[in-house]
Design a protein around this ligand. Structure first.
Ligand SMILES: NC(=O)c1ccc[n+]([C@@H]2O[C@H](COP(=O)([O-])OP(=O)(O)OC[C@H]3O[C@@H](n4cnc5c(N)ncnc54)[C@H](O)[C@@H]3O)[C@@H](O)[C@H]2O)c1
Length: 277
């Protein structure tokens, strides 16, 4: 049983009940942590409704991670020291997601990079003086950082930068006893995901190909986040953990796998036909 009693978490990225950040916040709270939320103004009313009368929420303050002043104001408003920081933020303008990368405009590129990758640097810089030793920072990334996924486009470039930032920060803040890691989550239907063209098809394909034969849930990702926030991960920093039902390990789609198995040499047993004794 993981015990986070007395630990204080900062969670950025709750927009609705489907947000990965919301799943993580609930999981941290169930282990005993208290949570301060940083939210984007456009989700104010949704957030207030979602978080009304929840005792483990210590505070909720507006925070636009694209603006240094907004982030500084957040840290002025949120009192005390912290043990956990969760960055679950990503954005690219719809026009950029709708066009092949070669047509990406500079302003859209800059927005995607600022909001999705630079924001981790900005939050870490502002939070670090108030992070306790043994603290944990966590961000959320996606396989589009290293492979071409239809519709993900410039977000993949931003996620690649975010993963690099994770390693750079980990190397820098380790001497303060703070760890920095990332979860590369499989696709989950959230507000941000609905902006990715063809997302439902991606969901279906990934469930078809993944070893666990399903998509991951908010709960799956939150469980891994709890691990990173806890002392169980005390020796882990700068890592990207895939929480994707195993999709990322597959080199060929399952149909091809079955074809190869059916061509097994005499005396070999295709994996699908093997039965436990
Ligand atoms: N849903 C998926 O399939 C999936 C898979 C892998 C990784 N991720 C990543 O998980 C993270 C959370 O996304 P989600 O899927 O829960 O969607 P979501 O829409 O619930 O969360 C995205 C959050 O980013 C916030 N945000 C955007 N621009 C901001 C700004 N300028 N300032 C402050 N906040 C801002 C939004 O307010 C929202 O809370 C993102 O980094 C996303 O890329 C999502």
């Amino acid at each position: 049983m993981i015990d986070l009693k007395g630990k204080r978490a900062l969670v950025f990225g709750v927009a609705s009940e489907t947000s990965i950040a919301w799943g993580i916040a609930q999981k941290l709270a169930a282990a005993g942590a208290t949570v301060t939320l940083g939210y984007q103004k456009r989700f104010l009313s949704r957030l207030m409704q979602l978080t009304k009368d929840i005792p483990w929420i210590e505070g909720k303050f507006e925070c636009d991670v694209a603006e240094e002043e907004s982030v500084q104001r957040f840290f002025e408003e949120a009192p005390g020291d912290f043990d956990i920081l969760v960055h679950a933020i990503g954005f690219a303008p719809a026009e950029a997601l709708g066009r092949p990368v070669i047509f990406t405009e500079q302003k859209d590129f800059e927005t995607a990079m600022t909001v999705s990758a630079y924001s981790m640097i900005r939050l870490a810089r502002n939070a670090l003086p108030r992070m306790n030793a043994g603290g944990s920072m966590l961000t959320l990334t996606y396989l589009g950082s290293e492979r071409v996924v239809p519709g993900y486009r410039i977000m993949g470039t931003a996620k690649a930068a975010l993963e690099s930032v994770t390693r750079e920060l980990a190397a820098l803040v380790g001497q303060r006893g703070v760890r920095v890691n990332a979860i590369s989550a499989g696709p989950i239907k959230t507000l941000a995901a609905s902006g990715v063209p063809g997302f439902d098809k991606i969901l279906g394909w990934m469930a078809h190909c993944a070893p666990l034969k399903r998509n991951v849930t908010q709960e799956d990702v939150a469980g891994a986040a709890l691990f990173f926030a806890s002392d169980l991960a005390s020796g882990v920093t700068g890592q990207i953990l895939y929480v994707d039902a195993g999709y990322s390990i597959m080199g060929v789609p399952p149909g091809l796998d079955a074809l190869l198995s059916s061509q097994a040499a005499p005396g070999e047993t295709p994996v699908q036909e093997a039965r436990p004794a």
